[in-house]
Write a protein that binds this ligand. Sequence first.
Ligand SMILES: C[S@@+](CC[C@H](N)C(=O)[O-])C[C@H]1O[C@@H](n2cnc3c(N)ncnc32)[C@H](O)[C@@H]1O
Ligand code: SF4
Length: 450
Amino acid sequence: MRSDLSDKYDLRVPRYTSYPTAPHFHGGIDSATYGAWLGGIDPATELSLYLHIAYCAEMCWFCGCHTKITKRYAPVAAYMDALWREIDMVADALPARMTARHIHFGGGSPTILSAEDFVRTVDSLRRRFAVKADAEIAVELDPRTADEAYVAAMAGAGVTRASIGVQDFDPKVQEAINRIQPYAVTAQVIEWLRRHGVPEINMDLIYGLPYQTLDGLIDTIDRAVAFGPKRIALFGYAHVPWMKKHQRLIPDEALPDTQLRWRQYEDGCRRLVETHGYVQIGLDHFAAPDDEMAIALKARRLHRNFQGYTTDSADTLIGFGASGIGALPQGYVANVGEIHAYRDAIAKGELATQRGVAINGDDRLRRAIIERLMCDLDVDLDAVAGRFGADGAQFAPELASLAPLEADGLVRVDGRKIAVTEEGRTLVRAVCATFDRYLKRGEQRHSKAV
Ligand SMILES: C[S@@+](CC[C@H](N)C(=O)[O-])C[C@H]1O[C@@H](n2cnc3c(N)ncnc32)[C@H](O)[C@@H]1O
Ligand code: SF4
């Protein structure tokens, strides 16, 4: 992408992990609605389950996740009591003991749990859901808080994938983000994962961090690749200090400027794709060519949900824990984020739903268009509309509004087919925004597109 265009299109647009996006969720969707929606799910549906572990041992100053810091285990134990109860309440509200084919532990840091509590959580899921024998069970893993007993417990509980938070190996960057994680700590956890038989390893890296240099980023990428992860995420640091107050601890002047950020992104992608042979997925994910995600991309059956790109095609996702988000056939639901409010609701025997949005036919159609664009970087509007019994001709205004992007060589429009060019890849979110009926430009503040 040319740098003049990076200035022209410094758009702040949603990441489209849902449509409508989270700012459009509202309080009209409450625990009663959620309970009724759960009861209305077709019992034959296969579910995806997301569990949010909302605690960490220490705050990384770059962190944009929903988490709370604790030095003591008591709050974590109390939180898990509520989460186990929530699993029972949701299972009771469902029409049957339903099948789960994908389980994801996110956070925060699932590795803050004791090994016993981790196992107990998986056990309670297995008790209340028919977890398929080949289910993917993925855990986000902070190497600083995972010990060998925990890794062994993960393997014993059937975990198939660990996503390891690395960010950057440079000690100067680590100091500036308050995340001291020596290389040896990361190497050790990977050795344990392999020894105990957790088969798949992902790694999270970030560019745009304070004091991060181009060479330093490339070095981090090379060292990460040397561990042989099947997937690497290379996220752009989302600096939103007006939302995440602790990010103010990162001095603005230490952050790479827009031009350097672009170079980091471009050179980082090139290193992963051209030097190391990974397949780029969307903006920030990279998969080994023989990995299921790269295969799904090729077969055009990649999906996108709240965890980002996924091979999980379950269209019903149930979220547990504070801030947990669910995607149900009827719409989206989000649990309250504040941990005490979450625990209080569950203690009263109520689901902790705070917001959500019901979706209609038009939302489903637009969501499918946006998902194909985010995953495949192209979409045939007639084909997608046809699947929803609609007519692609209705999107004439959206197609017309793509003219400036087309003139800049970022998209190609052929009839009602849209293809994002390689140059336009970084602006795919802006293309998606064209189809977003709810987006009012300038009203929301999102992080930079790249
Ligand atoms: C919940 S964390 C992963 C698990 C664990 N807490 C850890 O940090 O190792 C998910 C990932 O989100 C990414 N992340 C967090 N805050 C971010 C931000 N402000 N901008 C970009 N990526 C971010 C990091 O790469 C992090 O590994
Ligand atoms: S990046 Fe991970 S470990 Fe660090 S504060 Fe955020 S969730 Fe916790």
